[in-house]
Unconditional design. Structure first.
Length: 193
């Protein structure tokens, strides 16, 4: 509530910059296991909503911490890759990253996705990261939100109410005031998970 608009726009700009930079790094960087444009296209074309996350961590359990940060979007509440049917993961670290760390991170990400998800995996070295592990996740193919059927009133049901009931019905807004702060798409995602 107290965040200045300029600061909020700077954060949004930085998130967009990181997303574009990460996708371009995935496509153009050479690694031990390469992910290319065809993999990105396979995951994204016709897959509906896309969630992209990036995570960085150092120290003990750095790969797990980076994976957790990557699969949970920090700007939106209750948004994660749970149920995704298509996932692209790129793990970057220096040359001391172990296969155990990579396996732990991939297991965590794979367990959060839908059963039988199409998972693309890439792994690259970047010595400038020193002891940091960076994980980028692109997730697609989320199940559509389940919508509740609309309530329908017949003329007879409505006509049977007293005038006082009708007047009270007209006074009440057709929405909850607390929902005005949260965009409809986020309310639906939270409600139907």
């Amino acid at each position: 509530e107290t965040t200045p608009a300029l600061d909020a726009f700077k954060v949004a700009d930085d998130v967009l910059r990181q997303a574009v930079q990460s996708i371009s790094e995935i496509i153009t960087s050479r690694g031990m296991i390469n992910v290319d444009f065809a993999d990105v296209k396979t995951i994204m074309v016709g897959a509906g909503e896309v969630l992209m996350g990036m995570g960085w961590a150092r120290g003990k359990d750095r790969a797990i911490k980076a994976a957790k940060a990557a699969i949970n979007c920090p700007l939106l509440e209750d948004v994660s890759i749970i149920g995704a049917k298509g996932i692209l993961v790129n793990i970057t670290g220096n040359r001391d990253i172990t296969m155990f760390e990579i396996k732990e991170a991939m297991d965590l990400i794979h367990n959060a996705s839908a059963s039988g998800a199409n998972v693309f995996f890439g792994q690259a070295f970047d010595e400038s990261l020193k002891d940091v592990v960076k994980i980028t996740v692109i997730a697609t193919g989320f199940p559509p939100p389940r919508l509740l059927p609309e309530e329908k009133f017949t003329q007879e049901e409505f006509a049977g109410d007293s005038w006082e009931d009708k007047r009270e019905l007209l006074r009440e807004p057709g929405y909850l005031k607390e929902n005005l702060r949260v965009p409809a798409i986020l309310r639906r995602k939270k409600k139907y998970r």
